[in-house]
Design a protein around this ligand. Structure first.
Ligand code: PLP
Length: 404
């Protein structure tokens, strides 16, 4: 499928990517299967000592060496993710999104360096900075997600990398990626982005000049809330160091989990269309409800950074937040606890809807976050959107009445 193909559009790449014929055909046979199967391996057997010796110098996907270096099951998924980013040199896989973020950061930073981290980052990413990186002599400074080209004023001679997450976790500010990348390139700094919300389908980050693009594949790539996985896709300048660091860390995604992630990836296009349509309808509807102060969804004009979203993104996904008007913790819990079609839980990107109480003010250090009332984050799934709207309306009634 991937050899000698004409160039294709993203929806086609998602269907065809990584399905190399050598991974789906038996040698010499004409027929083949659709999906590269699960190859579980630790030991790889060699024909003779000479073949074993010859394998030592090779370190690339597509060459069986030892289970930790992967099998066609993982190579196929990595290949498909690489194909979705035209500027990519390769993709490394990890057993979680956090593992992917840690490996990406460790591949670009050295003791004494300073990292600039967006203040709206996913909280465990801050945990990496304040724990692991600090222990190894790397300091982090946090910046306003809306800083844009103003990031220039924060640079010092120790600054080595800028980490972006757009839109921001919980609060959904959209960053001016091209402006920040321009500053970084002029100073020879590395840029990394957590691109989990959009995926490369809606925002091909490397095409915007970002060096390393991180996905919590746990979310939309897997799409079914049953696998933990992460990936980092990098350009030619940064892929070799990323690969080396990840291998030294011993990172490997299990073949079974890679297979499930690849199965999820094939339907990303249609799932994302439905996530987008359902979430947009609910976001616009919520904006009109009297109990709602604000809806934080990048496609709505009131969302900070909306103009950047409109300019740079090909669409929106299914995750956003809304701010209630007044009320308190108990009223927010009354809203959430009685929902019939929304689960209460972490993570997102699966086929099912979730509601989560979030308190963004607790995760800021460089900026302050004010709200008119408590905040609820919604992951909108693939259900009938009118069922979800009726459920939320009943929830807002409970919020207004203050009863569970
Ligand atoms: C969930 C998440 C991660 C971490 O992914 P895990 O697979 O849960 O480790 C990273 N970034 C964002 C934005 C996330 O939502």
């Amino acid at each position: 499928m991937s050899k000698g193909k004409p160039p294709s559009r993203p929806a086609t790449q998602i269907v065809e990517g990584g399905r190399r014929s050598e991974w789906t055909h038996l040698g010499g046979s004409k027929g083949g299967i659709v999906n590269p199967p699960v190859w579980r391996a630790s030991t790889i057997l060699y024909d003779d000592v000479a073949a074993l010796r010859a394998g030592v110098g090779t370190n690339e996907d597509g060459k069986l060496f030892y289970g930790r270096r992967g099998t066609p099951t993982q190579w196929s998924l990595a290949d498909a993710l690489t194909e979705m980013e035209p500027e990519a040199a390769g993709t490394m896989l990890y057993p979680s999104g956090v593992a992917a973020t840690a490996a990406a950061l460790l591949s670009v930073l050295n003791p004494g360096n300073e990292l600039l981290m967006v203040d709206s980052a996913y909280d465990p990413t801050r945990g990496i900075c304040e724990g692991l990186l600090k222990r190894f002599g790397i300091t982090t400074r946090y910046y306003d997600p809306l800083i844009g080209a103003g990031i220039e004023t924060l640079l010092t001679e120790r600054t080595r990398a800028i980490f972006l997450e757009s839109p921001g976790s919980l609060t959904f500010e959209v960053q001016d990626v091209p402006a920040i990348v321009a500053v970084a390139k002029a100073r020879d700094l590395v840029t990394l982005i957590d691109n989990t919300w959009a995926t490369s389908l809606l925002f091909p980050a490397l095409s915007f000049g970002v060096d390393l693009s991180i996905l919590a594949c746990t979310k939309y790539i897997v799409g079914h809330s049953d696998v933990m996985a992460g990936s980092v896709t990098a350009n030619a300048a940064h892929f070799p160091a990323l690969r080396k660091t990840s291998q030294q860390l011993g990172q490997v995604l299990s073949p079974d989990d890679a297979w499930l992630a690849a199965r999820g990836l094939r339907t990303l296009g249609v799932r994302m269309e439905r996530h987008q349509a359902n979430a947009l309808k609910i976001a616009h509807w919520l904006a009109d409800q009297p109990e709602v102060a604000r809806v934080l969804h990048p496609a709505l004009p009131e969302c900070p950074g909306h103009a950047a979203w409109k300019r740079d993104f090909k669409g929106s996904s299914g995750l956003f937040s809304f701010v209630l008007k007044g009320g308190d913790e108990a009223r927010r819990a009354a809203l959430i606890d009685g929902l019939a079609h929304f689960g209460i839980g972490y993570s997102w990107g699966g086929y099912e809807s979730l509601a989560l109480p979030v308190d963004p003010q607790n995760y800021r250090t460089a900026t302050r976050w004010h709200a008119e009332g408590p905040v609820v984050r919604l992951q909108i799934g693939l259900e009938d959107v009118d069922d979800l709207i009726e459920d939320l309306r009943a929830g807002l009634d409970r919020f207004a009445a203050g009863v569970r």
